[in-house]
Design a binder for this molecule. Structure first.
Ligand code: HEC
Ligand code: HEC
Length: 89
């Protein structure tokens, strides 16, 4: 292989590693750290028990809806999977 091609491949590999590392860092810094966890109170106790996140989440909007006892704040992000963002532990 020509010396120039080798250099090019080396550069591409470096770029790939840097990009992958950057994405990893980005994910590790994701905002979940600041997002409120699922409260550990009486109201939410049973949702800590339900093993499947998907099953547990079916109940959230009973109360967390516009007319419920605890509406979501204005500008709340898309809310499809509550427990991905509001962690249980
Ligand atoms: C029976 C009604 C009810 C259900 C069902 C319910 N919540 Fe709540 N939730 C509340 C009330 C009331 C509050 C405010 C008082 C409190 O923190 O307990 C609240 C507060 C919260 C908060 C804010 C905590 C904070 O620190 O500010 C989060 C996050 C939350 N709920 C997530 C969920 C998720 C996720 C589910 C589904 C697994 C869920 N809730 C199901 C009534 C409910
Ligand atoms: C994409 C991530 C994400 C998803 C999915 C999500 N939330 Fe949130 N939620 C947030 C962020 C970010 C905030 C505002 C910062 C915070 O946690 O106080 C918030 C705020 C809240 C609050 C108010 C917390 C407070 O301290 O006043 C409640 C209640 C809540 N979310 C419930 C829910 C419920 C119920 C679902 C599912 C129907 C849900 N969220 C899905 C990210 C998310």
């Amino acid at each position: 292989m020509k010396e120039r091609n080798k250099k090019k491949i080396l550069l591409l590999n470096c770029a790939f590693i840097l990009t992958a590392g950057g994405i990893l860092l980005f994910l590790l810094n994701a905002p979940e750290e600041t997002t409120a966890h699922l409260p550990k109170d009486e109201i939410h106790a049973k949702f800590h028990e339900i093993a499947s996140k998907k099953e547990a989440e079916k109940n959230c909007t009973d109360c967390h809806n516009e007319n419920g006892v605890a509406p979501l704040p204005d500008g709340h992000p898309p809310k499809y999977r509550c427990l991905f963002c509001h962690k249980r532990d």
